[in-house]
Design a protein around this ligand. Structure first.
Ligand code: ATP
Length: 328
């Protein structure tokens, strides 16, 4: 490799935490070490940049974390970084420490902050998509998504046991912010009767038709997976409307919540995090900036932050169709 474009880099985790962030951090630190680039960890996302909380990191600083959920550097949502004064402080701290490149592990808000920071002060920035929601363009999957999917699937499997035993109908809400990826895929994997996601225009009559069809087919219990941002309505409202239409149904609501963010990362997330952590450091060394490292069709690609933030991965229409066919 020709001479590296960066000599001292800092890495931080920002926004919502996601399983696999630690594996990405480990990959960044060890890749930097391999190529003789100095590496610092920043405490609590952009807050740490503003306070100048840098920790020198070497290969042993990231031992025993590949299998750990959450983030050892902690994450934060920093209001101060949204102000020019806050970013000015962050820049002065980077200058004092001699940092010429930043690796930001987070979601679209994190990348927006990094873009503005680069445009204002010129420090090179590269992103790694770490969010369970899979709502970032430029990588087929984001770090944490696969683990969250498996957690949701396991939880729905358990709900299925009780649903079957009592002939109940369960409405299960899963996370995903504005995207239905977790709902669609966990719903298919857990054999849901219906899956309600914001990318598709659902109607309450379609849902009732599905219940009618399920009844005719002899189904005695059912699970409906609802994305947290489903536009048709709030999960309790959906359950109530269904009860009004089918008074005999024994209906329950379960909101999976934050368990979907935690836990040991899956194999797929650890491998993805390792590849993107490596890719981010190599990208910075090659002089790239304001881009996100991602995997598309199993290849490392770099997507400009602005595109990664603005565009969205599309829901696979085939999956929607398959979910309907297999439900009954
Ligand atoms: P997730 O998708 O998990 O929520 P995220 O990275 O989108 O992750 P945010 O809270 O939206 O999470 O953003 C993380 C941080 O990025 C914010 O707390 C803030 O410090 C910084 N940030 C976001 N938007 C901006 C902005 N417009 N200008 C400067 N900084 C920003």
């Amino acid at each position: 490799m020709t001479e590296s474009a960066v000599k001292k880099i800092a890495v931080f985790t920002s926004g919502g935490d996601a399983p696999g962030m630690n594996a990405a951090l480990r990959a960044v630190v060890r890749t930097a070490n391999h190529f003789n680039v100095e590496c610092f960890g920043v405490w609590e996302g952009y807050n740490g940049l503003i306070k100048g909380e840098f920790i020198k990191m070497g290969p042993r600083s990231v031992k025993n974390i590949i299998n750990k959920g959450g983030t050892i550097l902690k994450s934060a949502r920093s209001l101060e970084f949204k102000t020019k004064e806050g970013r000015q402080k962050a820049f002065e701290n980077c200058q004092k420490a001699g940092i010429d490149g930043l690796v930001c592990i987070g979601g679209d808000g994190t990348f927006t902050g990094a873009t503005i920071f680069n445009e204002e002060f010129g420090i090179k920035t590269i992103g790694i998509p770490g969010t369970i929601d899979n709502d970032i363009f430029g990588s087929d999957n984001t770090i944490g998504y696969d683990t969250a999917l498996n957690t949701a699937m396991d939880a729905i499997d358990k709900i299925r046991d009780t649903a079957t035993s009592h002939n109940r109908v369960f409405f299960v809400e899963v996370m995903g912010r504005d995207a239905g990826f977790i709902a669609l895929n966990s719903g298919i994997a857990a054999g849901a009767l219906d899956i309600l996601i914001p990318e598709r225009k659902d109607s309450i009559d379609d849902l009732f038709d599905t219940f009618d069809a399920a009844q005719k087919a002899g189904k005695s219990s059912s699970i409906v997976v609802v994305a947290e941002c489903e536009k048709l309505g709030n999960i309790y409202g959906l359950a109530e409307a269904t009860k009004n239409r089918f008074p005999d149904y024994d209906i329950r609501v379960a909101i999976l919540g934050h368990i979907q963010r935690g836990g040991s990362p899956s194999c797929a997330d650890r491998v993805l995090a390792s590849r993107l952590g490596y890719g981010a450091v190599v990208g910075l060394m090659e002089g790239r900036t304001n881009v996100m490292a991602g995997l598309q069709a199993n290849k490392l690609v770099f997507t400009p932050f602005r595109e990664a933030i603005k565009k969205h991965n599309n829901i696979n229409e085939d999956l929607l169709r398959i979910s309907e066919i297999l439900a009954i």
